[in-house]
Design a protein. Structure first.
Length: 112
């Protein structure tokens, strides 16, 4: 058998040309699902974190990523001066802030 006869005996398509179109639709659906389940929530969390870091004010209680608790006593562009004890102040990067609890004056009169 030569190559020509093998090519002639190859199975012929049944006229179903939709294979490429259905593959594109599946890839499109995967991309849409990926966007709504992974990328969009991550972008939302990042915006909330950026807003939290930009809204830090003097007097706010913060918790750093390392677990240090303290009060904000000074602000700069990228750093925060945190008082962690009497006469102990530490300069911390804003990106190291894990969470912010509003100043104690906002919580006056509230009981737990």
């Amino acid at each position: 058998m030569n190559l020509y006869s093998i090519i002639l005996m190859a199975p012929q398509g049944n006229g179903q040309g939709g294979g490429m179109f259905s593959t594109l639709i599946m890839f499109g659906l995967i991309i849409v699902i990926f966007y709504f389940m992974i990328l969009r929530p991550q972008q939302k969390r990042q915006k909330e974190r950026d807003k939290m870091l930009n809204d830090v004010q003097k007097g706010d209680k913060i918790i750093t990523v390392g677990g240090m608790h303290g009060n904000v006593v000074g602000l700069e562009d990228k750093t925060v001066l945190v008082q962690i004890s009497d006469n102990v102040k530490v300069k911390v990067e804003k990106s190291a802030i894990s969470s912010v609890v509003r100043s104690t004056s906002d919580n006056v009169g509230k009981t737990n």
